[in-house]
Design a protein around this ligand. Structure first.
Ligand code: UDP
Ligand code: MG
Length: 331
């Protein structure tokens, strides 16, 4: 059966669930227990992959312990903290399922939504997007900042990220595109999974409270992610430079005209203030332009180095220990 057929999919398939985890020592057992309960109630084989993103706590030890009695569980430990985007990629690359679900390991993405995601997939949907319908549990400042940023990004990139989350179900075909066909190292999963196109639907969910007390994201981290999203998805900021250039040109014509007229009228141009202002304005425009150019040069540099997005230090469960139960069904 072709995966783009909308006539529904056969039931007995492998479903992968990928959890990026950073400092999730306290809550990881609980999320895995909830996942097992939900997944077992579905008519599907499943595997769960926890990618420990170089946590300083005992997240990976906890996962290794849990792996022992759970043949469906696998763990990867990255060699250091590479960031959620890289952890997600590591998970997608390790996943063998015909569909892959990605969700946060701190229970903010309720596993109870999974049957709905799977139902949509079985109807032939290729990308099922969990959309935050109620973000009241999120930090108020964080939620409004995130909304502001996504609105702006959406305008510039043409990709709507409003209330978007990393809680998604991707069909194998889309996973293969994301892992094999895209050469980008620095990724923005939320944007890319929309960019690929195909048949997509949104499923709203209520953001649940985190099992973790500490926050993993800093203001700087959020800004960096915005930068990545912006530079990866649009070259509009480069056009800002042209706009700045046109503005200075207009200014030059006005000020220059005024100076000429004064000169012909026999008045000396008395323009210390004008001079200083002009210099300052042009100076800042040049600096801003250099900054914008710099962001794109840095992106090119990062990509051209071709370093891997993550390194795996350790694995547990699955094939490493007595073979895993499931074989990936290739279409
Ligand atoms: N995460 C990660 N690496 C990081 C930061 C976070 O893998 O460097 C994981 C984290 O364990 C969680 C998910 O990404 O499963 C979302 O992180 P968090 O809950 O801190 O972010 P928020 O809920 O504020 O989006
Ligand atoms: Mg969270």
């Amino acid at each position: 059966m072709s995966s783009s057929s909308f006539s529904g999919r056969p039931v007995a398939r492998l479903l992968s669930v990928v959890l990026p985890a950073y400092r999730e020592e306290a809550g990881i057992a609980r999320v895995l227990a909830e996942l097992e309960q939900v997944l077992a109630s579905l008519d599907v084989s499943f595997e769960v992959i926890v990618v420990d993103d170089g946590s300083p706590d005992r997240t990976f030890q906890r996962v290794s312990e849990l792996c022992a009695a759970r043949p469906w569980l696998r763990g990867l430990r990255l060699s250091r903290n590479f960031g959620k985007e890289s952890a997600l990629l590591a998970g997608l690359q390790a996943a063998r399922g015909d569909a892959v679900i990605t969700l946060d390991a701190d229970l903010q993405h309720p596993p109870a939504l999974i049957p709905e995601l799977v139902a949509a997939w079985r109807q032939g949907v290729m990308v099922v997007n969990g959309v935050k319908a109620d973000r009241s549990v999120e930090h108020q400042g964080y939620a409004s900042l995130a909304t502001l940023i996504t609105e702006g990004l959406g305008r510039l990139t043409g990709i709507s990220l409003r209330d978007a989350s990393d809680y998604k179900l991707l069909d194998r075909q889309v996973v293969d595109i994301l892992t094999d066909s895209l050469a980008e190292r620095e990724r923005f999963f939320r944007g890319l999974s929309q960019w690929v196109g195909f048949h997509q639907v949104d499923v709203p969910f209520k953001v649940a409270p985190s099992t973790r007390r500490t926050r993993n994201w800093s203001f700087g981290g959020l800004l960096r992610l915005t930068g990545t999203a912006l530079v990866s998805f649009t070259s509009a900021p480069l056009q800002v430079i042209t706009v700045l250039g046109v503005l200075t040109l207009l200014m030059a014509v006005l000020v220059g005209g005024e100076a000429l007229v004064s000169r012909m009228a026999g008045r000396a141009v008395s323009g210390f203030t004008t001079l200083i202002l002009t210099l300052l304005i042009i100076g800042s425009f040049i600096m801003i332009s250099l900054g914008i150019l710099g962001a794109y040069v840095a992106k090119i540099y990062e990509e051209i180095k071709g370093r891997p997005s993550y390194l795996v230090a350790e694995r547990c469960g699955g094939a490493g220990r007595g073979g895993h139960r499931y074989r990936r069904v290739r279409r």
